[in-house]
Design a protein around this ligand. Structure first.
Ligand code: COA
Length: 260
């Protein structure tokens, strides 16, 4: 599929999705959200893709938020629809993929940009990155999961302060808060993420998919994460990856996982 606002490239088991509207600091418009949905879906269903990286084009921004020009004239009904659709097509969608998704935060990650990074399974930032949820400065609240995922990642008090002040934090503060796992220079960002991806690719895609489901279950209301873990654990015993992983260990060789 041809995309206008993103680039999706596959190399060595990794699909890298780059949001490509640098003149608008990669702000997420309707078309970008739709294209991201298709690109993530295609990468997740492609058995050759073992890890997905998402980043922004240019040196300034990961994503500077949802495209403000698109929703500034919306009414209540349209506002509700915008958030609900965004959750379904992109943010919840990414969080629940069984292929690991790493956000390579290469600059501003604001509003919907930080919400996208938070929907990814984990985040690595470059030293110049700045993160925040500035929505209340526009008279609105974060609507793509920010009020839920930010407190999960940084704690309630820090999330309250970040959202109420609409301020930005630096990459080092984000590291201190646990919002990102690592901070590296902008030049090192993609190679560093590829290095993590390489380690992930040594392991069973089937088991990783089950682990993601189980971890996510613990953050969903009305779902018992422990029960999900027991079920997922049991399911793994019926996979080829389990047979291969345990056999390889006993035969003292490296496992060759197929993801089946
Ligand atoms: N939606 C739409 N356009 C955006 C955007 C957004 N979220 N963020 C940046 N842009 C556009 C600007 O309008 C500008 O476009 P123009 O050149 O056609 O005027 C272009 O991107 C460059 O942004 P600019 O503001 O000139 O860059 P800057 O370096 O002076 O400031 C920011 C960078 C990130 C501080 C600033 O762009 C900003 O505050 N953006 C909005 C952040 C936000 O509130 N996000 C949450 C949205 S819910």
């Amino acid at each position: 599929m041809d995309f206008n606002t993103i680039i999706s490239e596959f190399k060595n088991g990794i699909t890298t999705i780059t949001i490509n509207r640098p003149t608008k600091l990669n702000a997420l418009n309707k078309e970008t959200i739709k294209e991201l949905h298709y690109a993530f879906k295609a990468a997740d269903t492609d058995s050759k893709t073992r890890v997905i990286l998402v980043t922004g084009s240019g040196e300034k921004a990961f994503v500077a938020g949802a495209d403000i020009s698109e929703f500034s004239s919306f009414d209540v009904k349209e506002g509700l629809k915008l958030a609900a659709k965004g959750h379904k097509t992109l943010f919840d969608f990414v969080e629940n993929l069984s292929t690991p998704v790493i956000a390579a935060v290469n600059g501003f990650a604001l509003g919907g940009g930080l919400e996208l990074a938070m929907a990814c399974h984990f985040r690595v930032a470059s030293t110049n990155a700045k993160m925040g949820l500035p929505e209340v400065s526009l008279g609105v609240i974060p609507g793509y999961g920010g009020t839920q995922r930010l407190p999960q990642l940084v704690g309630k008090g820090r999330a309250m302060e970040m959202i109420m002040t609409a301020g930005m934090i630096t990459a080092d503060q984000a590291l201190d808060y646990g919002l990102v796992n690592h901070v590296v220079t902008q030049e090192e960002l993609i190679p560093f993420c590829e290095g993590i991806a390489k380690k992930i690719m040594n392991n069973s895609p089937k088991a990783i998919g089950e682990a993601i489901k189980s971890i996510n279950a613990g953050f969903k209301s009305g779902v018992n994460g422990y029960k999900k873990e027991i079920k997922g654990f049991g399911k793994c015993f019926g996979t080829e990856d389990f047979t291969e992983g345990t056999t390889a260990f006993l035969e003292k060789r490296k496992a060759n996982f197929t993801g089946n």
